[in-house]
Write a protein that binds this ligand. Structure first.
Ligand SMILES: [Zn+2]
Length: 425
C-alpha cells in the first residue's frame, strides 16, 4: 500500500511538473486527410504530442514555453527510406575501404546524422553500411548524439561479386572469401544464416541487392543476382525476426524475383516494366524512387575520374532513367515510399527529392504523404510517426512557405523537433 501511494505521488507530481511546449502554427499539414489546417496549437509534453487545439492557446503554467510558428507551414518529421548514413560521395570514395578505420567512419557518420536531422528528416532507414550504423542508432537513441531515429539494415546482403559484395574491385589477395557473416550469400542455407547474423548484429530490417548496381566496381548495373529460392529464404527468415526486406533493383528480371520472393520495397526500380508495376500493386510492394541519386550520378559521371571507369557508362545509362520510371509507376498506381539514397549525393540535400517527384507528376501533398504516412506504415510506426496527432511522437518540422504552392520550400526546413526536443528554430 505504502508503495502504491509513493507511485501515485510520483505520477501526479510528474504530470504537474512536466513542462509543455505550445507550438503556435499558422498552417499544419494534416497528412491523413491531405488538407492544410489553419491557426492551431500543438501541445507537446516530454516526447509526445498531448493535444492539437484550435487557435493559439496559452499555457497555464509559467514553466511552459511558446514557439511562434505562425508564419510557417508545420508538418510531421520527414522519413527518408533510403540513406547510407555512414558515408558520402567524393572522388576518392573507392579508396576508403583501404584507408578509413572504423573510428573514422563513426566520426563521419555523426556529421551526416546531424545534417540529416537539421534538414527535417527525423527518421531514416539506413540501407547498408559496415555496422557502424547500428552503434550510431544506439548512440542517438541514448541521447549521446544528435541525429534522426534510425532503422538500419546493418550490412546489405549480396551474392558473390554482387552489388554489395564488400570486396568487389580489390586484387585477389585482398578479396578473401566473404560469406554470410560479411553479407555475401550463395544458396538457401547461407541466405538464412546471413539474415540471422543481421539479427545478431542488431539490424532492424534486411536489405538485399537483387540486381547489379551503378556504383559497385562490376560490369553490370542491372543483371539479376539472386535466385528466387534465395530471396524467398531471406524473406521467410526475415519474417521470423519481425524484419521487412528492401531490395535494391535496377533490372526488371531481378525486380520480379524480389517481388515474388516477398520483399516490401523496391529501391530505384529503374527499368521496371508495365507488367512489373502490376506485380508491385498485386503484392503490395512499394517503390522507393531515389531520383536524387539518379540525377547526381549522371552529372558526376561527366567529370573525368570522379568515378572508376567501369562505373561511368552505368551511371550515364541508368541515372537519367529513374525519374521517368517513377512518373510512370506513380501514374500506374504503384505505392510510393519517399527515399533518396543520400550518401550517393550529399547528406542534407534529401529535400530536393520532393521537387523531382512533383516534376514527374506527383502532387506535392502526395509526395509529403509518401514521406510521412506511407513510410511510417512500412516501418510499422503508423501509431507513432507520420501524423501530427494527439498521442503521436513529437517529431515536428516547419518550412517557410506552403509546399503545396512551392515545393522547393521543402529544401529549407527552419524548425526541427524530434522526440519533443527542439534541434533547430
Ligand atoms: Zn543505396
Amino acid at each position: 500500500m505504502k508503495q502504491l501511494i509513493t507511485i501515485f505521488i510520483f505520477i501526479t507530481t510528474t504530470i504537474l511538473t512536466a513542462q509543455s511546449t505550445y507550438l503556435h502554427c499558422g498552417k499544419i499539414i494534416d497528412t491523413k486527410s491531405g488538407t492544410i489546417l489553419k491557426e492551431k496549437t500543438i501541445v507537446v509534453s516530454e516526447n509526445r504530442i498531448i493535444a492539437v487545439e484550435d487557435g493559439y492557446t496559452e499555457p497555464n503554467s509559467d514553466s511552459d514555453t511558446i514557439v511562434d510558428l505562425k508564419s510557417k507551414t508545420v508538418m510531421p518529421g520527414l522519413i527518408d527510406m533510403h540513406v547510407h548514413i555512414e558515408n558520402e560521395t567524393n572522388s576518392k570514395k573507392y579508396l576508403e575501404a583501404y584507408t578509413l578505420n572504423e573510428a573514422d567512419v563513426a566520426f563521419n557518420s555523426v556529421k551526416y546524422a546531424n545534417i540529416t536531422l537539421l534538414n527535417g528528416f527525423t527518421t531514416v532507414r539506413d540501407l547498408g553500411g559496415s555496422g557502424v550504423n547500428v552503434s550510431l542508432r544506439n548512440a542517438i537513441n541514448a541521447g549521446k548524439i544528435d541525429g534522426p531515429r534510425i532503422f538500419t539494415a546493418e550490412k546489405s546482403l549480396a551474392t558473390t561479386g554482387g552489388h554489395a559484395d564488400p570486396t568487389n574491385g580489390a586484387k585477389k589477395i585482398l578479396m578473401g572469401n566473404p560469406g554470410p557473416k560479411e553479407g555475401v550469400v550463395n544458396g538457401v542455407d547461407e541466405a538464412k544464416k546471413a539474415v540471422r547474423q543481421r539479427y545478431k548484429n542488431g539490424a532492424d530490417l534486411i536489405k538485399i541487392t537483387a540486381t547489379g548496381g551503378v556504383l559497385s566496381v562490376a560490369k553490370s548495373g542491372q543483371n539479376p543476382q539472386f535466385t528466387i529460392e534465395e530471396i524467398k529464404a531471406i524473406c521467410e527468415t526475415a519474417k521470423d525476426y519481425g524484419f521487412h526486406v528492401a531490395a535494391h533493383a535496377h533490372g526488371d528480371e531481378g525486380m520480379q524475383r524480389a517481388i515474388l520472393g516477398g520483399v516490401k520495397t523496391i529501391e530505384h526500380g529503374t527499368l521496371m516494366s508495365a507488367e512489373t508495376m502490376e506485380l508491385m500493386k498485386k503484392h503490395d510492394v512499394y517503390l522507393v524512387p531515389t531520383i536524387s541519386a539518379g540525377k547526381f550520378v549522371s552529372e558526376k559521371a561527366k567529370i573525368s575520374n570522379y568515378y572508376p571507369d567501369v562505373i561511368v557508362p552505368k551511371a550515364l545509362n541508368i541515372g537519367p532513367k529513374i525519374q521517368n520510371t517513377f512518373g510512370k509507376a506513380y501514374k500506374a498506381g504503384v505505392g510510393i515510399a519517399f527515399g533518396t539514397d543520400a550518401a550517393v549525393f550529399y547528406h542534407g540535400d534529401n529535400g530536393k527529392e520532393f521537387g523531382y517527384m512533383v516534376e514527374a507528376g506527383m502532387p506535392p501533398i502526395e509526395a509529403i504523404q509518401s514521406a510521412t504516412l506511407t513510410n511510417a506504415m512500412i516501418l510499422k510506426m503508423e501509431n507513432d510517426l507520420g501524423q501530427i496527432k494527439e498521442g503521436f511522437l513529437a517529431d515536428i518540422i516547419a518550412v517557410e512557405s506552403d509546399p503545396t504552392k512551392d515545393i522547393s520550400t521543402m529544401e529549407n526546413v527552419t524548425f526541427v523537433m524530434k522526440d519533443g526536443i527542439i534541434y533547430k528554430n
